[in-house]
Write a protein that binds this ligand. Structure first.
Ligand SMILES: [Zn+2]
Ligand SMILES: [Zn+2]
Length: 255
């Protein structure tokens, strides 16, 4: 069984946003509390994979009692995907070995730049540095014998990665799906797709665009993620077509 825990389903600001009094940010519905986007995937053989390591990773790991991360898959190098890298120290201390961290070349360059102190041999060791083994994603990607399919999506002008694990696919931060990737999205049980807000945005699908893409992909179940405070959970969810829902923090999907 594949088990996916939604650690965060919010946009880069999170919901509630700092200093916002809107209806969603003041909502009492726990599903309107969205940490930065990330999922924790447990594969049938027990391999545990973190997809993206955002600034809320500490809180997310504590909330879900995550003690082990065998590998990190990075979709891209924006702050809301990588600023939790320093928190991986807790996992490496537990596991007594570095964590292999997969990304495309641009993302690994972002990691080396943002966390330059980690890779600087002059930084004193023993002060607790993340121990990462950075590996450029190749196709197909194999982790502990499990095949994972990386696929390209457009995040504005930048091409970034989505990942497919069997009948489950995770495409956060996506404004367009390039032609070659549609063919890799057939026959999904669960699709997770970016849906930022109702109004158009240059680097993210609007909800309408996401619904349209989800119809074309036709997964048995589609869950939207990376929502901002323009999309209150309950009222938005009630208007979605059958088979499509907003994901929420803490949601667990098993397939
Ligand atoms: Zn708000
Ligand atoms: Zn991004």
């Amino acid at each position: 069984m594949l088990r996916v825990t939604f650690l965060g389903t919010g946009t880069s600001h999170g919901v509630p946003m700092i200093a916002c009094d809107c209806m969603t940010c003041r909502s009492a519905d726990p599903r309107d509390k969205r940490l930065r986007p990330s999922i924790y995937v447990e594969l049938p053989d027990g391999t545990a994979i973190l997809v993206d390591a955002g600034p809320d990773l500490r809180q997310q790991a504590l909330r879900h009692d995550i003690r082990r991360v065998d590998a990190i898959l990075l979709t891209h190098g924006h702050a809301d995907q990588i600023l939790g890298i320093d928190e991986t120290r807790s996992f490496t201390a537990n596991q007594q070995r570095p964590i292999t961290c997969y990304g495309d070349a641009a993302t690994l360059a972002d990691i080396r730049q943002t966390f330059a102190y980690v890779f600087d041999p002059l930084t004193p060791r023993g002060g607790g540095l993340p121990e990462l083994n950075l590996v450029t994603v190749e196709e197909p990607l194999t982790i502990n014998g499990n095949e994972i399919l990386p696929l390209r999506v457009c995040h504005g002008t930048r091409q970034i990665l989505g990942f497919r694990f069997g009948a489950f696919a995770y495409l956060t931060d996506c404004s367009r799906i390039p032609e070659e990737s549609w063919a890799l999205l057939h026959n999904l049980d669960v699709l997770v797709l970016d849906a930022l807000r109702t109004r158009p945005h240059p680097t993210h699908f609007s909800l309408g665009e996401a619904v349209e893409a989800a119809r074309r992909i036709a997964a048995r179940r589609t869950l939207f993620t990376h929502m901002c405070h323009d999309l209150p959970h309950e009222p938005t969810n009630g208007q979605l077509p059958e088979g499509m829902e907003l994901a929420y923090d803490g949601l667990i999907v098993e397939l």
